[in-house]
Write a protein that binds this ligand. Structure first.
Ligand code: KE4
Length: 428
């Protein structure tokens, strides 16, 4: 009997490319039919066939409080009742800007936008406008949204400029983008030795989450800051995923690195379309209407999205919030690793704050190449065995997972019970 999920997916493919509004949702990586959800509450989601799932995607990060948190819903309802948008300044977006510049001290000035892609795209243009240079350095496996300059894969040689990773991106656009290896300090040093004076900025995920979770080494972090400073290049921390996810002060607070620009998204909007970028005053003041770098948006700083973000950021400041979230995440990951290894699977995991990564490999990968050596096929089977048992993991071996404040002992226990079954099933 065809489930409602399947009939909806068949219908949606007739009017939406691939049946989804964002590719990762299509389950292409794991196979099968994507789940259509109708509602969520706390750590739980329900699909169109009214099946319940414990959610570890959290809309790819934003739902750090859990779904339908009453205070967030109320803030949205109140804001919406006063109009959805003005296209003019509001006190609420000023409050958000004051809060962000307080919580993230490196952001001396901040501009609100409507997505993480807009934030990184704008930060790149600003870095180029400020430095008068064109070259951008990014790292293989890091994703910064779908702006042309960042849809780049590594060039043929170590220090050759990138090629487009998407059709429709002119080679001229990516000829200024260098793609290096994450955590490769010698490679970074070579790039700066050869092209330092041409590099406008280095952009990275300060904890990678788009090749699954990969931590930076201290040496890598230090080299990034030293080399950019020495060459007059800017260091951009793309904290769209890590911001307010790995801790209240993001990855920059964890590692004690002060980037020149920071981009935010996801948690900052609490599930509504909101992103932000900000940093040094002398850089941000190059933005229109003050300076020559143009950037704009009809719904930038949208009052309803900002209301959701403010309610969320108020609640994540509750004393002990990140200690509890990190503890829950550590309990989850250590339990999954124990279950996997007991079933004889080469299985490992890691977590930072409320984000985690699990791998069918003996140790957590430290580089993109190591991630690619993990057993993706076994992950895909594990994913479906868990889905069948009501646990919704990220539908890709190359995505991080997310825990919310609403995940309690009951959800973790149910998840680990399902995992022990699932590991047994894939071992057979
Ligand atoms: P958005 O434009 O999707 O709001 O943000 C782009 C972006 C920028 N920087 C980082 C570090 C990101 O992780 C993202 C978006 N992340 C993906 C999940 N890996 C969003 C999910 C999707 O593309 O549907």
């Amino acid at each position: 009997m065809t489930s409602r999920n399947e009939s909806l997916f068949a219908r949606s493919q007739r009017v939406i490319p691939g049946g989804v509004n964002s590719p990762v949702r299509a389950f292409k990586s794991v196979g099968g039919v994507p789940v259509f959800f109708t509602r969520g509450r706390g750590a739980w989601l329900w699909d169109v066939d009214d099946r319940a799932y414990i959610d570890y995607v959290g809309s790819w990060g934003p739902m750090i409080l859990g779904h339908a948190h009453p205070e967030v819903v109320q803030a949205v309802q109140e804001a919406a009742a006063g109009s959805l948008s003005f296209g003019a300044p509001t006190e609420r977006e000023l409050e958000m800007a004051e809060l962000l510049t307080t919580l993230v001290p490196s952001m001396e000035l901040v501009r609100l936008v409507s997505s993480g892609t807009e934030a990184t795209m704008s930060a790149i243009r600003l870095a180029r406008g400020f430095t008068g240079r064109n070259v951008i350095v990014k790292f293989e496996g890091c994703y910064h949204g779908h702006g042309d300059a960042l849809l780049v894969k590594a060039g043929s040689g170590a220090l050759t400029f990138g090629q487009p990773s998407s059709a429709g991106v002119p080679a001229e656009t990516t000829q200024h983008t260098l793609v290096l290896d994450y955590n490769d300090v010698p490679g970074l040093e070579r790039a700066f030795a050869e092209r330092g004076d041409d590099i406008a900025a280095v952009i990275l995920e300060p904890v990678a989450g788009n090749m699954n979770l990969v931590r930076p080494t201290d040496a890598f972090m230090q080299a990034l800051r030293t080399l950019t400073e020495r060459s007059g290049s800017l260091l951009i921390f793309d904290e769209v995923m890590t911001g307010f996810r790995v801790g209240l002060t993001g990855a920059q607070g964890l590692f004690g690195i002060r980037p020149d620009l920071t981009t935010l998204g996801k948690v900052v909007g609490g599930g509504m379309p909101l992103g932000a970028f900000g940093g040094r005053r002398d850089i941000m003041e190059r933005l229109a209407p003050l300076g020559p770098v143009y950037q704009a948006g009809t719904l930038s700083g949208n009052p309803v999205a900002v209301a959701a973000g403010l309610a969320t950021l108020r609640l994540v400041q509750t004393p002990g919030f990140y200690d509890r979230l990190s503890e829950t995440t550590r309990t989850l990951v250590s339990g999954l690793v124990e279950a996997g290894r007991s079933a004889g699977a080469g299985f490992s995991g890691d977590c930072v704050g409320g984000m985690f990564g699990v791998f069918f490999s003996d140790e957590p990968p430290k580089t993109f190449a190591e991630v690619m050596r993990a057993d993706k096929e076994r992950f895909n089977r594990f994913f479906h065995e868990m889905l069948d048992r009501g646990v919704y993991l990220a539908p890709s071996a190359f995505e991080a997972g997310f825990v919310s404040a609403a995940h309690g002992e009951d959800e973790i226990r149910k998840t680990l019970d399902a995992a022990r079954d699932a590991f047994g099933a894939i071992a057979r």
